[in-house]
Ligand binder design. Structure first.
Ligand SMILES: [Zn+2]
Length: 112
């Protein structure tokens, strides 16, 4: 098991999709956003479950309990984190996933 923090350098040379070349980027953590309720799936689910007009019969995938009741939700203790990469040339940002799971993470000055 890894005991140490994953250290991420503050700047990284990587591809900028706006400049179409490799440029230096400033690295920061992207904040995770809470999922809103007004999505297509949520609206469909609400209209199926919430409305009293159909009190019988199978509602398909909307008949299930909450996902956490029957699926192994939250089994993993680590999380993949997203980074905000800000291009030093065009000042535009792009969000990219780290692709690796870590419990602890720190963004540091020195390039590792
Ligand atoms: Zn750029």
């Amino acid at each position: 098991m890894r005991k140490y923090k994953l250290k991420i350098p503050k700047t990284r040379r990587t591809f900028c999709k706006f400049c179409k070349t490799q440029t230096t980027h400033a690295v920061a953590l992207a904040k995770k956003k809470e999922r809103g309720t007004l999505r297509i799936g949520s609206i469909a689910r609400l209209s199926k479950r919430g409305s009293a007009k159909t009190g019988f019969g199978n509602h398909g995938k909307f008949s299930r309990k909450a996902l956490s009741a029957w699926k192994r939700m939250g089994a993993k203790t680590s999380k993949k984190s997203d980074f905000r990469l800000k291009c030093s040339v065009c000042n535009k940002t792009q969000v990219r996933s780290s692709g690796k799971r870590t419990k602890k993470l720190s963004i540091e000055d020195k390039a590792v």
